[in-house]
Design a protein around this ligand. Structure first.
Ligand code: IPE
Ligand code: IPE
Ligand code: MG
Length: 250
């Protein structure tokens, strides 16, 4: 456990910069992704060590499908390899694997691997690793709206009863608390369609370090930065959560 005064319960990461890391070395982009997979390993371990309970990793966006077929294939292969090689660590550490995103877009062997490991780890409670795959924040909100519309159509829900909690309850993983800290590597100052709803009050940490170079020391810097943040959630003093704001349904 860490001796920092404040540790985020949920860290979300936009793992960016694998291609640039490879380019800088005159290597194929896939080598950058391979090296990035090592950072994933390092960060999962670091989260365990400092006591971060939820780790959400943006591994493949809905927009990433426009990339060259070769790169997509390589990424999917790496994902399967990761599941095969790392599954035992999830069991050893009682970490639950979950997936958010349009899972049915993924190649069948990847879907099967994910489904097997998510089921096999479903009862674990020492930590959660959430992979965002074929994920888009807007796609997630559209998915939630469709589900809510079906409830309204079936007479289970009155339109005026729809509030923020209703929307939250229809997201891909409704029980997971909002991220406390969002890390983006490689210096890009954008969200790239990640967790749009959930990061309303998340602390942001952007580093120029490329994802394959983001290992324990860099993670420790992010934890240190977070420990000095003052989260006010609209209040005048520090507080722990978003205040429950009462407002009408319209
Ligand atoms: C992030 O690295 C990995 C994925 C998006 C899958 P990139 O592949 O986006 O690397 P850059 O941004 O081109 O350097
Ligand atoms: C965001 O990175 C998606 C993932 C890390 C999986 P991108 O490299 O796809 O984002 P943009 O295109 O630079 O915004
Ligand atoms: Mg990128």
């Amino acid at each position: 456990m860490s001796d920092l005064p404040k540790i985020p319960r949920h860290v979300a990461i936009i793992m960016d910069g694998n291609g640039r890391w490879a380019n800088q070395r005159g290597l194929p982009r896939l080598r950058g992704h391979e090296e990035g997979a090592e950072s994933v390993r390092a960060v999962i371990r670091a989260c365990r060590e400092v006591g971060v309970h939820y780790l959400t990793l943006y591994a493949f966006s809905v927009e990433n499908w426009v990339r060259p077929r070769m790169e997509i294939r390589g990424l999917m292969r790496l994902l399967r390899k990761f599941l095969q090689e790392r599954e035992h660590e999830l069991h050893e550490n009682r970490v639950r694997l979950r997936v958010i995103g349009r899972v049915h877009d993924l190649p069948l062997p990847v879907q099967h691997g994910l489904s097997r490991v998510t089921k096999a780890t479903a009862s674990y409670d020492s930590g959660q690793l959430i992979l965002a795959l074929s994920y888009g924040g807007r796609a997630e909100l559209a998915h939630a709206v469709r589900a809510i519309a079906r409830d309204v159509e079936a007479g289970r829900l009155a339109p005026d009863a729809i509030d923020e909690r209703t929307i939250g309850a229809h997201l891909y993983a409704p029980d997971i608390p909002d991220p406390d800290l969002l890390i983006r590597t490689s210096g890009e100052m954008r969200l790239s369609n990640f967790l749009l709803w959930q990061i309303a009050y998340t602390e942001l940490y952007v580093t120029n370090v490329l994802w394959p170079d983001f290992r324990e020391p860099e993670f420790a810097k992010a934890m240190e930065a977070y420990s000095h943040r003052h989260r006010r959630f609209g209040d005048t003093k520090d507080r722990d959560t978003i205040p429950e704001v009462k407002h009408a349904g319209r």
